[in-house]
Design a protein around this ligand. Sequence first.
Ligand SMILES: [Zn+2]
Length: 331
Amino acid sequence: MSIALETMSEIQPVAAEAADSGQQPGTCLICGGDRLTELLVAPDRFHLRKQRYRLVRCESCSGVWLASPPQPEEMGDHYTDDYHNAIVMAGEGSAASRWKDQVEMIAQNKSGGALLDIGCSSGGFLSTVKASAWKLYGIEMEETTAQRARAATGAEVFVGDAIEAPFLPASFDVITCFDVLEHVYSPRQFLTKVQEWLKPGGIFYAMMPNIDSWEARVFGSHWFGLELPRHLGHFSPRSLRYLMSELGFEEVCVKTPPVSYIERSAGYVGSTVVEKLGFSPTPQAKPKPRGLIERMVRKGLRLTVIQPLARIASVAGAGPCLEVVFRKATR
Ligand SMILES: [Zn+2]
């Protein structure tokens, strides 16, 4: 594991210019604290590119974010077709079973009304809640993908940055946000909009990587959840609770479901080893079809090692994915 941990070994105080994402320089994007340290330095391992990025951690609230992130106009270079294909593939594979737990979680809190899915992609999640009880809305960055969502779900989909969406205050009973919060430049500004758009008593339901997970600690700069430089910020249960409470939300549930990024993260470690041996690794952005034997070995590992580990981490609240529900206060 020495390769995975190499960039975490020296935690250094961070110079005041580090945090430049629209906040006071040198202060935490979440709590405003000024005790910042360098968490790690790593490249974009999904595309296997060379440029390295630096993650900064706030010692007060445990929030983590990318120092000197690419400008919005540069992000097109990082959200490649390969990346979009990977996202769409992940969102569309048998939507009903993939989103079953999420639909149940919403049903436990709300029985119908107006639902907005921020980052709706091609409508994978929305297509599972198109029952007559819900009026559906989405926000998606890309027009072609938004058209697919409209066609599949009948939802009204705004195309563009979520902060710019022209929804009126107190419009929604439920706002969902799966794997989005880690992509925004200012989580505080984003969540303030969410709070404004929710009706009193409305719920915000989100999933995101957990930077305090066991996997993140073990794999370090090779952890799949880092997704540099597309993931601009990382939450832990502590930092998210801090921010949501400040913005006037009440906690309904904060947990880590039994999922795992171990295979993907181990793939990144493998790529580094292959590269150090002088060969050219295959980027996960351009996956090769797997042979029968490799598929069988992977399935065996999943059943005997990865799934049991994922269940233990979930019970301990230390899984790699945060699943949270917060309610907008009624007064
Ligand atoms: Zn902080």
